[in-house]
Design a protein. Structure first.
Length: 425
C-alpha cells in the first residue's frame, strides 16, 4: 500500500495499528486517511469504522481486503466507509485516496459554508431582534415573510400569527389599503420611500412611525419589499406639546409688545396734553420727548404684526418713521425731499430701539434746523450692511449745516445719539 501511494506521487507517513487502544490513541491526532483490512485478529474494519463514527470524526475510511465479498462490501459502504478495493487491485489505491481526500475537502468546505451561513443567520436574527426599529419583509403580493421582535411588541402580535398574511388580514380596510398602496408604489418604481405614518393598533392605540420602504432581490432573484420603521410617537407628542407651548408663548409675547406699545402711546398722549398747558419753549421740549416715545412705540407696533417676534424689518421701519417725522414737524416733501437708500435688513429689539432713537434725533434735527426760512433741500437716509455684517445708518442733508467751532452748544438730542452709538458699539 505504501508502494502504491508513492507511485501515485504521495509521500505517506504510515502507522500500522492492530489493537483498539492504539487506534483510539492515534485518533486524538487524526490522520488524513485510514486504510483498514476487513478482517484482523484484534481490530477489524467494521469495528474500526464504528469507533471512528462514535468520535464524530470525518476521516476517509478505505477498506482494503483480499477476501471481502460483494455483500460485505455493500454492508461496509452502507455503514459509512468511503471506498473499498481488493488487494489484487492495489493500483487503484492512489486514485481512491486522492478522490477520498478531494471529497473530504468538498465536505469540509460545505460544512464551513453551512457554519458560516448559520452564524450569519444567527447574527442577523440577533441584530434585528435587538434593534429598536421595526423591520419586516413582504413578498410581491404583500404577504409578510419576516418581522422582528420590535414589530411583535409594537403590533402586539407574533410572527407566527402574521407570517404569510396579507395587510387586509391584519389591519382595518382603510389602513390596509394605504399600506398596500405604499408597498406597490415602491415595488413598481424601484425607488425607496420614506413617510410618516399614523397606525391605529387593535386596541385603539395610535402610533406614529417614520417608515422606510425599499425593494431588493432575494437569493432566487425575486423582487421583494423590505421595510424599517422607527416609532416616533413620543417625539410627535413632544413636538405637538412644544408647538402648543410655543404658540402660547408667541401669543404672550405679542400681547406684551401690544401692551408696551399701548403704554407708550398713553405716555405720548400725556406728553401731548402736558404740552398744551406749557409755554412754547416747554412745548417744543415735550414734543421732542413725545417723538422719542413714538419712535419706540412704532418698533413694538411692528413686532406685534410680525411672525418673528425678535426682529424688526428695519428698512420698512425707517421708511415709516421718516414719513411720520416729516408729518409731525409739518415739513412737506415738496420743500424738503426725502431720499432713501436702504438695504433690506432685520435688527433685533436691542438694536432696533437705539437705532430708532438715533434716527429720530438726526432726522428731527435736520427738519428743525437745516432748512430755515422756507429753504428747500434734501434729507438722505442710508442703511447698508457690508460683507462682514457691519451695519451703517447714515443721515445727511444739504441744508445750512451745523454751527462751526468747538464751542457750539451740544443739544440733548445729540447727547442721546452719542450715548446710544457707544451702547451699540
Amino acid at each position: 500500500m505504501v508502494h502504491e501511494l508513492r507511485r501515485s506521487w504521495f509521500d505517506p507517513t504510515c502507522v500500522r495499528l492492530e489493537r483498539e487502544t492504539e487506534y483510539l490513541a492515534h485518533l486524538k491526532s487524526p490522520p488524513d486517511v485510514i486504510l483498514a483490512d476487513y478482517r484482523m485478529p484484534q481490530l477489524d474494519a467494521p469495528r474500526a469504522l464504528e469507533l471512528l463514527q462514535n468520535l464524530g470524526l470525518d476521516i476517509p475510511f478505505i477498506v482494503v481486503s483480499g477476501a471481502i465479498g460483494e455483500d460485505l462490501a455493500v454492508a461496509i459502504m452502507r455503514q459509512g466507509a468511503t471506498d473499498y478495493l481488493l488487494k489484487d487491485r492495489l493500483r487503484r489505491l492512489g486514485p481512491a485516496v486522492r478522490r477520498a481526500l478531494a471529497d473530504k475537502q468538498v465536505r469540509e468546505g460545505k460544512r464551513e459554508a453551512e457554519l458560516a451561513l448559520r452564524a450569519s443567520e444567527a447574527r442577523f436574527y440577533s441584530f434585528m431582534n435587538h434593534s429598536p426599529a421595526l423591520a419586516f419583509i413582504k413578498d410581491p403580493d404583500g404577504r409578510i415573510l419576516y418581522m422582528n421582535n420590535t414589530c411583535e411588541q409594537v403590533w402586539t402580535t407574533s410572527l407566527s400569527q402574521c407570517e404569510g398574511k396579507l395587510d387586509h388580514e391584519l389591519w382595518p380596510a382603510a389602513e390596509a389599503a394605504r399600506l398596500r398602496a405604499g408597498d406597490l408604489s415602491v415595488l413598481k418604481s424601484g425607488n425607496p420611500s420614506h413617510t410618516v405614518e399614523e397606525l391605529c393598533l387593535a386596541g385603539g392605540d395610535i402610533r406614529h412611525l417614520l417608515s422606510y420602504r425599499f425593494p431588493f432581490d432575494d437569493a432566487t432573484g425575486s423582487r421583494i419589499l423590505g421595510g424599517i420603521s422607527i416609532d416616533i410617537t413620543e417625539q410627535i407628542r413632544t413636538e405637538r406639546a412644544l408647538a402648543a407651548a410655543l404658540a402660547v408663548q408667541e401669543t404672550l409675547v405679542k400681547e406684551v409688545h401690544h401692551r408696551v406699545k399701548n403704554n407708550l402711546q398713553i405716555i405720548s398722549s400725556l406728553l401731548n396734553m402736558q404740552a398744551e398747558l406749557c409755554e412754547p419753549e416747554q412745548q417744543a421740549v415735550l414734543r421732542d420727548s413725545q417723538l422719542r416715545v413714538q419712535s419706540m412705540a412704532l418698533i413694538h407696533d411692528r413686532l406685534c404684526g410680525n411672525n418673528d417676534l425678535e426682529h424688526v424689518d428695519f428698512r420698512e421701519y425707517v421708511e415709516t418713521l421718516a414719513r411720520e417725522l416729516f408729518a409731525a414737524h409739518g415739513v412737506g416733501t415738496d420743500r424738503v425731499r426725502l431720499r432713501l437708500a436702504l438695504d433690506p435688513l432685520s435688527l433685533d429689539l436691542n438694536q432696533a430701539i437705539p437705532c430708532g432713537l438715533i434716527l429720530n434725533e438726526l432726522v428731527s434735527n435736520a427738519l428743525k434746523y437745516a432748512f430755515p426760512s422756507a429753504r428747500t433741500g434734501e434729507i438722505l437716509i442710508e442703511l447698508h450692511c457690508d460683507q462682514e455684517d457691519h451695519i451703517t445708518l447714515r443721515v445727511a442733508d444739504d441744508g445750512v449745516g451745523m454751527p462751526p467751532g468747538p464751542g457750539r452748544k451740544k443739544s440733548l438730542g445729540l447727547g442721546i445719539v452719542d450715548v446710544l452709538t457707544r451702547q451699540l458699539g
